[in-house]
Design a protein around this ligand. Sequence first.
Ligand code: NAI
Ligand code: MG
Length: 338
Amino acid sequence: DKIPATLIPGDGIGPEITQSVVDILDALGSPFAWDSQLAGMAAMADGGDPLPLATIESIRRTGLALKGPLTTPVGGGFKSINVTLRKEFELFANLRPARTLIPGGRFENIDIVLVRENLEGFYAAMEHYMPLGHDAKAIAMSTGFNTRAECRRIVTYAFEYAVKNNRRKVTVVHKANILKALTGLFLEEGRAIAKEYEGRVEMNERIVDACAMQLVMDPWQFDVIVTTNLFGDILSDQIAGLVGGLGMAPGANIGTSGAIFEAVHGSAPDIAGKNVANPTAMLLSTALMLQHVGRHDLAARLDKAIDHTLTVAKVRTRDLGGEAGTREFTDAIRHHLA
Ligand code: NAI
Ligand code: MG
């Protein structure tokens, strides 16, 4: 019996890279029965609602989704659907593993797993403007929050991940020197949880700005990183840059009763519809989804075919210096499925 799962093609390059996944999974013997649903700009254009009830109900039913990137208007417009979905299904952990797949780049042998708190911090911020004189928007206010319970839950998730995946170290990244309450609480819980894992998993601490520098100077010192929402968002794009760019970085949003898998990157409107998008991040997210449902066999075959295509056959998309289009690259992976 197939596993019911929601498929959201998304905006921009979303439909192209989602098609890659569907084609390759078909060739692999997909364990999923897709329920295709709309969200984001595509849903706006269809029915005027960026997050239709049918989409929410589908994910509630399946508890499992693969999602293409969604465009979020900057400034006004509607609120980020990504943030809304994470909240709606309480997907508290955002897992973003990054591994060097192509040798000979600026950085070799990178293998870092970033665990980002996904529900709180400045992404749950209450924002508003305050007037001064004639300027209605003279002052911009933002109030973020972190709860002790959520700090505990995300740090515990990172340490448990380390134990289960034979990782030796968890780095807690914060800015407790300045945001003494907001990220001080996170650090406090990080230290407390680390004690429970003493002797099994090493713990260290980094202030986020210094961490950003060290990620470039000596990324090999990092193993698992756990951090708050905003810092995690920024550092995960930086880490993607260490392994070849946003086209190579997969992600998973995980909760206790559901999971949504998606690439780290956005809808890339600059290259949408041109058959040049790199579907690797979306495919690696699919591999994470296969692992999540216990199909480690299929995940391994998919990972292997991606690896072979990139490093042995050397078929690569433009962002990796190659010439293959999205479709040609997809065909090559399909051809290399063992
Ligand atoms: P972006 O990640 O879409 O693109 C940044 C740069 O990376 C662009 O030059 C793009 O062409 C390139 N790029 C991204 N993915 C690529 C791929 N698979 N292959 C080749 N090149 C790739 O970030 P940007 O431009 O800041 O945001 C565009 C839109 O995406 C915004 O509306 C933003 O809100 C949304 N977004 C959505 C996310 C999601 O759905 N999870 C995550 C991040 C951004
Ligand atoms: Mg981001």
